[in-house]
Design a binder for this molecule. Structure first.
Ligand code: GLA
Length: 694
């Protein structure tokens, strides 16, 4: 007997089929099929031929490929009993629950006493398919590996794109050609990590940012993921995602993967990007005040580091407010005896040497300026040099003689006593003071990866959210070390990178836009001399790069010249005027003809802004036209330069382009096919182009 089910939205169809009691297979995933399609016919014809040297029938490339079906690739699960003997389940179809937008399939192995469930749900508005797998066992078992439901990868694809990175250089795109065998990413850091953003895009041949077909995947888990992209000997390809292997350290009777989010796009990488951006913004993140405009941040880290002096902080706050800041975030250094990074993590008591009357004098000053107040914690960490560690050395994970990271150890978040202590300490600060924001840091990897740690952190965040629903949380881990849809269920912003170098930031945020919308992505104007690269960049470029995302400042505002302060005030004013629609916009990466230009178009209904960043020196002498995307071909757009005032600084631009003096009116078709010809510009500058449909 054959059974088939389909999940559809306007852009895609996923068809699952099963014969008799076997595990289901995804037999079609791509552009939406006609309603009249006969799924049983698809099932009958989806198989590939059998030739010499092969088994007599191909083992199913199922949602959980089974070793017991002579499957020659990576199986969907790896289990052992408590004596260490491998368990090889033979799962048989038990039941199905099918709704219009969701499907759950249940399988059992009665001999081992195992139930496997696969869940699928499609979101018709965001176009993401969410999938997870669950295991229930009658006896405690050891889990080495459990994949979220497995999907096939396209054949007409020559490469895959996954993500690497490092401190101050997150979201580097890795392109790897498909070849026989597996590409595996198994993240052993115990956190999402700069190095291992859990995403994958499989573009079909010829796909660019704006056109072609692509399949996007993201695994929503903060404890480190494993990805397998495998080409089998028969040419079929599979994609598996799950928690990093061997991160369940004790035998259990119930396991569940985090959600795997996937989408098919027929509109290039941007189709994947918009699905992820919208889903994260509209489904994953919950906002304490959904209608409150995103406030401009001021974060004092790169201004003062550990050197907290109330009068200086007050002066900095006054200047930040005059530039347009609306939220002041007090960073590391306010607690314990934290004069440098060797001490006091865990001692979440206000340092009365620095704040003899508590935080009130500072907070009152900040509130008096009309700003709200946020504060930094690194709850999951402890310095051996802290009163808390001296009292509870057994609260830390790992061996006594382990290698430290930034002089610190990791607290065991699975221990209720640890979570209670942290809850009490954080709650005390949030209760004693009027605080609307917590920057939540995580500055080292785990001594060994452990899924309990992530569950413990989520539980603490949940408890704090319930007790303080008005407080927003930022996920920071030395910059972008913990960015994923799992942590974003509990937080509202990410600190994308510790690099405030606008040139680096331009690249990092451009790639991160494949997954992250504007409203959650923090971006700050840093000091004139960048502290992590030594680069000196003009304030205009620094300001516009920050204005591409959730804007903030992090320099000491006392270093700004009058001209710099004016520019910053002006760009911040522009950002405030535009932030509400930009928050809802799609970020579309443009296919710039000039590789020196990194350009993106933020589009919401009839309005757009293009940020064309000059990341390098161009090879050719004159700028090439920049093509826009996703406009209404037959409509006319009014297109204007938002930063025309910067033309005077582009000394070598001598031509008579109309855009240099006026707005232009052209069709969407022209903008998408020919593109805008921009004035010549220096490297490390940005053109900002606004467009409205008229
Ligand atoms: C990490 C963060 C920074 C800052 C410091 C404070 O490096 O990424 O933004 O908060 O910690 O120690």
């Amino acid at each position: 007997m054959i059974q088939c089910w389909r999940l559809d939205d306007a852009r895609q169809t996923l068809v699952l089929g099963v014969r008799d009691k076997q595990l289901a297979e995804a037999i079609y995933w791509g552009p939406r099929l006609p309603d009249s399609e006969n799924l049983e016919t698809l099932y009958a014809i989806h198989g590939i031929d059998v030739a010499g040297g092969m088994l007599d029938q191909h083992p199913e490339l199922s949602i959980c490929p089974a070793a017991t079906r002579t499957f020659q690739g990576q199986p969907g699960m790896a289990l052992r009993d408590t004596a260490g003997k491998p368990l090889l389940p033979k799962l048989a179809f038990e039941s199905v629950e099918a709704k219009t937008d969701a499907l759950s399939l249940t399988y059992t192995d009665k001999y081992i006493g195992l139930t496997y469930r696969a869940h699928f749900a499609i979101d018709p508005d965001t176009h993401l398919i969410s999938m997870s797998a669950e295991l229930e066992s009658e006896h405690p078992i050891n889990l080495q590996w459990l994949a979220a439901p497995v999907l096939p990868a396209p054949q007409l694809s020559d490469e895959m794109i996954d993500f690497a990175g490092r401190w101050c250089s997150e979201f580097q795109m890795n392109r790897t050609p498909w070849s026989a065998g597996m590409r595996t990413r198994d993240n052993r850091t115990g956190r999402t990590g700069h190095e291992h953003f859990p995403g994958l895009i499989v573009p079909c041949r010829g796909t660019t940012n704006t056109q072609g077909a692509a399949y996007g995947f993201h695994y929503g888990w903060s404890g480190g993921h494993k990805m397998v992209a495998e080409e089998l000997p028969d040419g079929r390809r599979q994609i598996q995602f799950g928690n990093a292997s061997d991160t369940e350290l004790t035998p259990l009777t119930h396991f569940k993967t985090a959600p795997l989010f996937a989408t098919y796009s027929g509109t290039g990488l941007n189709g994947c990007a918009t699905a992820f951006q919208r889903h994260l913004r509209d489904r994953v993140v919950t906002w304490p005040h959904p209608d409150r405009p995103r406030p401009v941040h001021y974060n004092c880290w790169e201004a003062i580091y550990f050197d907290h002096k109330i009068p200086e902080l007050q002066e900095i706050a006054t200047r930040a407010a005059s530039l347009g800041a609306e939220r002041f975030v007090l960073d590391d250094g306010w607690f314990g005896k934290r004069d440098d990074d060797t001490t006091s993590l865990g001692d979440w008591f206000i340092d009365t040497r620095k704040y003899p009357d508590g935080l009130t004098p500072l907070i009152d000053h900040i509130h008096g300026l009309g700003m709200t107040f946020g504060i930094w914690f690194e709850p999951e960490m402890i310095n051996p040099d802290s009163d808390t560690y001296r009292a509870h050395p057994n609260w830390a994970l790992g061996d006594e003689d382990q290698i430290l990271g930034r002089h610190q150890k990791v607290l065991n978040m699975a221990l209720p006593a640890v979570r209670d202590y942290l809850f009490d300490r954080i709650a005390k600060v949030l209760t004693d003071y009027d605080i609307d924001y917590v920057k939540w840091d995580h500055n080292r990897v785990l001594p060994t990866p452990d899924a309990d740690q992530t569950r413990g952190t989520y539980a603490l965040l949940d408890r704090l959210r319930t007790a303080f629903p008005q407080v927003e949380v930022e996920s920071c881990a030395s910059g972008g070390g913990r960015i994923d849809f799992g942590i974003m269920e509990h937080t509202q912003r990410v600190w994308l990178s510790d690099s405030n170098d606008a040139l680096e930031r331009l690249k990092i945020q451009h790639n991160a836009a494949l997954f992250l919308p504007q409203c959650v992505t923090g971006s700050h104007v840093g000091p004139r001399v960048c502290h992590t690269s030594g680069r000196i960049l003009d304030i205009r470029f620094r300001a516009w790069v920050a204005a591409q995302r959730h804007m903030g400042f992090e320099m000491d505002p006392r270093e700004l010249t009058d001209d710099e302060a004016d520019v910053l005030r002006r760009v911040t004013g522009w950002w405030k005027d535009n932030r509400d629609w930009m928050r809802r916009a799609d970020i579309l990466r443009l296919d710039a003809a000039d590789p020196a230009v990194l350009a993106e178009q933020h589009l919401h209904q009839d309005q757009f802004v293009v940020f064309a960043g000059k990341a390098d020196t161009s090879t050719q002498i004159a700028p090439r036209p920049l093509r826009l995307t996703e406009l209404d071909a037959n409509a006319t757009y009014r297109v204007d330069l938002a930063n025309r005032d910067e033309l005077t600084r582009k000394a070598l631009s001598r031509g008579q382009s109309p855009l240099k003096t006026n707005a232009i009116k052209v069709s969407g078709q022209y903008l998408m096919h020919h593109g805008i010809t921009l004035p010549w510009s220096f490297p490390e500058t940005m053109w900002v182009i606004e467009g409205h449909k008229i």
